[in-house]
Write a protein that binds this ligand. Structure first.
Ligand SMILES: *Cc1c(COP(=O)(O)O)cnc(C)c1O
Length: 349
């Protein structure tokens, strides 16, 4: 089975004549814009909020391109990664016909978005070491399998997927592989965004919601071939990223120093906190993490969760997830917050 993008895209999308906005149709120099029914008098706010934003967010993409070393044309920006995931379903998966492969325990949104789009999910669980079951994945493929989601570092387990496994899949999986790198800034492994020219079936997702500290702006990124980006741009809502988010993100991306310092600090805190937590008798395992959280196996996760929540500290109870029995997922906080957590645990039982 050889990869052919044309065979994967839904027929209705292939035939789609995209909406053409006013700002799409004109690209030259002009000073009077009477084309988009905006309020020409202004906005109650500062800046040009009375004007529709750049549908393709070029300024933001050029800045990202500089930071990431990927051409701006290979970048898609969504209203959070959630929008990228939803678009992938709508572009590639025929409802009630096609299927995708996910590898639990992993990020829940892949499955929710599949359900919303009426796309079947095939689950190929991770191996006991939380690595990909490559053989299981390839065996699960049928002629209607369109996407494979690989989360690396994986949420909630925290580990990177073995690079050689991912490469094997990129070379053999007949559909699109979406590698979700939401936590890549904390990882010791390098991103797959430099491999886009190598693999035409690759979409890499990143986000400004985690290491960049911009969760409230809702900016999800996808990197892929020009052909794939082109379809995403055709299908997305014309103004999917608002102007406030574009402006604020541009400011933030010029300010990389503080972000890099935070990343180092979080990684150091992660190792310290893990060491401290292992001293408690009720902590069984802290799984090694390349993210800004880790999964912790305890005697009784529900009881510990309730105790912490009752004292104002909320962690994520993952104990109902497959392979995560009695596991809590703990985000690395500030040194002060982590100390609060440890103090509370000192008083537990
Ligand atoms: C947090 C997270 C995201 C980010 O989602 P946004 O919609 O961009 O905020 C994406 N993937 C995974 C696995 C995550 O944990």
């Amino acid at each position: 089975m050889k990869f052919e993008l044309e065979n994967l895209i839904r027929d209705n999308i292939k035939k789609l004549k995209p909406y053409s906005s006013a700002r799409h149709e004109f690209t030259g120099e002009a000073s009077v814009f009477l084309d988009a029914n905006e309020n020409a008098y202004g906005s109650p706010l500062v800046d040009a909020f009375n004007r529709y934003p750049d549908p393709l967010q070029w300024q933001l993409k050029f800045q990202l391109a500089k930071i990431k070393g990927v051409p701006a044309e290979n970048i898609f920006i969504g209203n959070g990664s959630d929008e990228v995931i939803d678009l992938a379903y709508r572009i590639f998966c025929n409802p009630a016909k096609d299927n995708v492969i996910v590898c639990p325990p992993t990020y829940g949104m892949y499955e929710v978005s599949a359900n919303i789009n009426d796309v079947a999910i095939k689950k190929v669980n991770l191996l006991p070491n939380f690595q990909l079951d490559v053989e299981g994945i390839l065996n699960a493929v049928d002629e209607n399998t369109k996407l494979l989601f690989v989360c690396s570092p994986n949420n909630p387990t925290g580990n990177n997927m073995n690079r050689s496994d991912v490469e094997l899949l990129l070379n053999n999986f007949p559909g699109i592989i979406i590698i979700d790198e939401a936590y890549i800034n904390y990882s010791s492994q390098k991103s797959f965004i430099q491999e886009l020219t190598e693999y035409s079936n690759l979409i890499v997702m990143q986000t400004l919601s985690k290491a960049w500290g911009l969760a409230a702006l809702r900016l999800g990124l996808a990197y892929a071939s020009l052909d794939i980006i082109d379809v995403f741009n055709k299908v997305k809502p014309p103004y999917n990223v608002n102007k406030a988010s574009q402006m604020l993100a541009l400011d933030a991306l010029v300010n990389t120093g503080v972000v890099n310092d935070w990343i180092k600090e979080v990684v150091a805190e992660r190792e310290d906190l893990a060491k401290e937590l292992l001293n408690f008798s009720f902590v069984q395992t802290i799984y090694p993490s390349d993210a800004n959280f880790f999964l912790m196996k305890v005697d009784d996760a529900d009881k510990l969760y309730d105790y912490l929540a009752g004292n104002g500290v909320i962690v994520r109870n993952r104990s109902k997830e497959i392979m995560c029995e009695n596991c809590l997922r703990i985000t690395i906080g500030t040194p002060e917050e982590n100390k609060q957590l440890l103090n509370l645990l000192n008083k537990y039982e």
